[in-house]
Design a protein around this ligand. Structure first.
Ligand code: F6R
Length: 606
C-alpha cells in the first residue's frame, strides 16, 4: 500500500528519505519518488518499479535538508513514471505525496483545467498540487494547505513541500495514517512507524481531520477548522533490528520461526494460575460489564477475520456465548444491527486496515462496545477502540500474516478463557487451558523443528493448479487460513470448504491433480471427518492430512502428525504446518514470497 516519508532538519534529506522508502517496501508498491528542497528549488525524481530503480536516477545526490518521498500502489492511473508521486504544480514550486483517494478529483480537474492548469498525470493526487499553487495567498503553508483540503472530498494522508518555504513541511490526515517522529533538532514523518524507528522511537499519531506544520525544531497541530490540538508523544516499542531479515531468506520464513517467542509475548503476564483464568489489563470492561454480554461479534479482514473465526469458536465453546466472525469489509456496508449487549471485537495486525476501521467507527457511532485485538501499538484502530489486547508479536514485515494470525488466535483464547471463567468454565477446565497455553510456545517450536517433513509434503502440489482445504468447526477456520496462505504466496488456486459441504457441490472438482489438505484433529468430530476423507479418496483425490497420532480407519496419501495438546487449542497448532506448507509450495514455484503480486501490507484504502 502507498507509503509516505518526510524529513526536515540539518542533515541531507535524500539519503534519509531513500532509506525510509526501503523500509516501506514491504507494504507493496508499484512506483516510487522523492522531492528534495534546497536553494529555493525542488528536485524531483520518480520512477515506476522498485526503489532501487529510483536509485538509478541518483536522487541521493540531490542537495537539501527537507523533502518528501513516496511509494505508490496504483488506484487512479496505471503504474508509470508519470503517475508516480510526488506530483507538482505547473511551476514545480510545490510537491505533494498522497495516500488515499480524492473522490471529487474529476470535477476538480475539470475546474482547474478551465483555470489553465496543465495536468501531467492521470492521478487524483495532482489536483492537490495545482489547488495549493492557486490558493497560496502568502499565509503560512499550513493555512494554505488547510484551505485547499477544504475543497477535497475523500481520504488522505498527505505531505506538502514548498521550495520557497524551506522551514516548514505540512502533513494532513483524513482516513490514512500519518505519524510524526520527533528527533533532536530534526523532525520526521511517515505513514508507517517502520520508516522512522531507525531515527527515533518518539512519535505523535495524527488523528483524522488534523493538519500539522512540521519544522526542524518541532511541530504544531490543528484541526482543519484551525483549532489548535495538543498531542502527547508515545514510544514505538520496536527496535530497528526487529525489521531486519537476519539469517532468513524471506521475512515470511523468519516470522513463522518467531512464533514461539511472539506467542510468549502475547501470553506475557496474562495467565493467572491463582484463579485459573487470564488477566487482561487492557480491557476497560469489568466483570459485571462482561457478564452482561449476550453475543460476541468479531470483525477483521483476511487473516485477521479468520483469526476472529477461530476466536468465535473458542468463545462459544468456552464461554457459551453465541459468537460470530464477519469480514469487516462486509459488515460496514450492510447497515448492521448494533446491540448494546453484544461485545464487538476488531482484529487487525496493522491497526490501519480501512475497512476494519470503518466498521469500528460505525459500531461506535451506533453506541456499541468495542475492543481491539491489534499488533501495532498506537495504531488508529487501537486508539479508536480505546481498549483491548495488544499482541506484542513484534513487527510483521512479510505481506502475508503468519505470526500475527497465531498471536491473534492466542489473544482470542485468552479472552475466551476470561469470559468463560466469569461464567460456567470450571476451575479445573481453566487450569487445564492455562497449563496448555503455558506450553503452547514449546509445542509450536517442536512443530517448526520438523520443517523438512513439511517441505516434503509440498511435493504433493507439483503439477497441481487447484487445491482444497477442508475442516470442520474451528478446523474450518484453520483450513480457510491455510488456503489463504497458499493462494497468496504460491498463486495456486486454493478453496477452503467445511468438511460437510464437500458433497454439496465441490466433490465434482476432485481429481488426481487436485490435492485436498484435511485439517483432522482427533476430536469428537474425527469420525465425521474421516467420512469426508473417504469421499475424496473414492473420487481419486490425493489427501494430505494434518492430524494427531493414532490409528486411522483409512490411509492418507501424505500426512503430518502433531501431538494433541487440548482439543480447544489444537487448531492453533494445526495451523503451523499449513503456514510452512504454503511457504514451501511457494518456494518450489519460485514466487515472490514476501511481496506477492497485487497484494499490499495494510490496506488503508476502501
Ligand atoms: C493475509 C493477510 C491479509 C491481512 C488483512 C488484514 O495473509 O495478510 O489478509 O490479514 O489485510 O490486515 P490487518 O490485520 O493489518 O488488519
Amino acid at each position: 500500500m502507498c507509503g509516505i516519508v518526510g524529513y526536515i532538519g540539518k542533515r541531507q534529506a535524500a539519503p534519509i528519505l531513500l532509506e525510509g522508502l526501503h523500509r516501506l517496501e514491504y507494504r507493496g508498491y508499484d512506483s516510487a519518488g522523492i522531492a528534495i528542497g534546497g536553494k529555493g528549488k525542488l528536485r524531483v525524481a520518480k520512477r515506476k518499479g522498485r526503489v532501487r530503480e529510483l536509485d538509478t536516477l541518483q536522487p541521493q545526490k540531490f542537495k537539501g535538508t527537507f523533502g518528501i518521498a513516496h511509494t505508490r500502489w496504483a488506484t487512479h492511473g496505471e503504474p508509470s513514471d508519470r503517475n508516480a508521486h510526488p506530483h507538482c504544480d505547473g511551476s514545480g514550486r510545490y510537491a505533494v505525496v498522497h495516500n488515499g483517494i480524492v473522490e471529487n478529483a474529476a470535477a476538480l480537474r475539470a475546474q482547474l483545467t478551465d483555470r489553465g492548469c496543465i495536468f501531467t498525470s492521470d492521478t487524483d493526487t495532482e489536483v492537490f498540487a495545482h489547488l495549493i499553487a492557486l490558493m497560496d495567498d502568502g499565509s503560512p503553508l499550513e493555512s494554505v494547505v488547510g484551505a485547499a483540503l477544504g475543497r477535497i472530498v475523500g481520504a488522505y494522508g498527505l505531505a506538502v513541500v514548498d521550495a520557497e518555504r524551506p522551514d516548514t513541511l505540512v502533513v494532513a490526515r483524513n482516513g490514512s495514517p500519518l505519524v510524526l517522529g520527533i528527533g533532536d533538532g530534526e523532525m520526521f514523518f511517515a505513514s508507517d512507524p517502520a520508516a522512522l524507528v531507525r531515527h527515533t522511537t518518539s512519535v505523535v499519531h495524527l488523528d483524522d481531520g488534523e493538519i500539522a506544520a512540521v519544522r526542524a525544531d518541532g511541530y504544531e497541530t490543528r484541526t482543519l477548522d484551525g483549532a489548535t490540538t495538543v498531542k502527547t508523544p508515545s514510544t514505538i516499542p520496536w527496535k530497528d533490528e526487529a525489521f531486519e531479515k537476519g539469517e532468513y531468506t524471506h521475512y515470511m520464513r523468519k516470522e513463522i520461526a518467531e512464533q514461539p517467542d511472539a506467542v510468549r509475548r502475547t501470553l506475557g503476564g496474562r495467565l493467572d494460575t491463582r484463579f485459573q483464568t487470564t488477566h487482561l489489563g487492557g480491557l476497560q470492561l469489568g466483570a459485571r460489564d462482561l457478564l452482561d454480554v449476550r453475543r460476541v461479534k468479531i470483525l477483521g479482514c483476511g487473516a485477521a477475520y479468520l483469526a476472529g473465526a477461530v476466536g468465535a469458536h473458542l468463545i462459544e465453546t468456552l464461554a457459551r456465548i453465541p459468537a460470530h466472525a464477519e469480514p469487516a469489509s462486509e459488515f460496514r456496508y450492510r447497515n448492521a444491527v448494533v446491540e448494546r449487549d453484544t461485545l464487538y471485537i476488531a482484529v487487525s495486525q496493522s491497526g490501519e486496515t480501512f475497512d476494519t476501521l470503518a466498521a469500528v467507527q460505525e459500531i461506535k457511532r451506533k453506541g456499541g462496545r468495542i475492543l481491539g485485538i491489534v499488533n501495532v501499538v498506537g495504531s488508529t484502530i487501537a486508539r479508536e477502540c480505546g481498549q483491548g489486547i495488544y499482541l506484542h508479536a513484534g513487527p510483521e514485515v512479510a505481506v502475508v500474516s503468519t505470526k500475527t494470525f497465531t498471536c491473534s488466535a492466542v489473544a482470542m483464547a485468552l479472552l475466551a478463557i476470561h469470559l468463560g471463567r466469569l461464567r460456567d468454565l470450571s476451575v479445573a477446565s481453566g487450569a487445564r487451558l492455562v497449563r496448555a497455553l503455558q506450553v503452547l510456545p514449546d509445542h509450536i517450536a517442536a512443530i517448526l523443528a520438523r520443517e523438512p517433513e513439511i517441505a516434503q509434503l509440498a511435493e504433493a502440489f507439483a503439477g497441481a493448479e487447484h487445491a482444497f482445504y477442508v475442516g470442520r468447526a474451528a478446523g474450518h477456520a484453520i483450513a480457510a487460513e491455510g488456503a489463504l496462505k497458499l493462494k497468496e504466496v504460491s498463486y495456486l488456486h486454493a478453496e477452503a470448504y467445511p468438511a460437510s459441504e464437500l458433497k454439496h457441490g465441490p466433490l465434482a472438482l476432485i481429481s488426481l491433480q487436485t490435492p485436498s489438505v484435511v485439517v483432522l484433529p482427533r476430536d469428537d468430530l474425527f469420525a465425521k471427518n474421516i467420512s469426508t476423507v473417504e469421499e475424496i479418496k473414492a473420487r481419486g483425490g490425493p489427501v494430505i492430512a494434518i492430524t494427531h497420532p493414532g490409528e486411522a480407519p483409512t490411509t492418507f496419501d501424505r500426512s503430518f502428525e502433531i501431538p494433541a495438546l487440548e482439543p480447544e487449542l489444537d487448531p492453533l497448532l494445526l495451523n503451523i504446518p499449513l503456514q510452512l506448507l504454503a511457504y514451501h509450495v511457494a518456494l518450489q514455484r519460485g514466487t515472490n514470497i514476501d511481496q506477492p503480486r497485487n497484494l499490499a501490507k495494510s490496506v488503508t484504502v476502501e
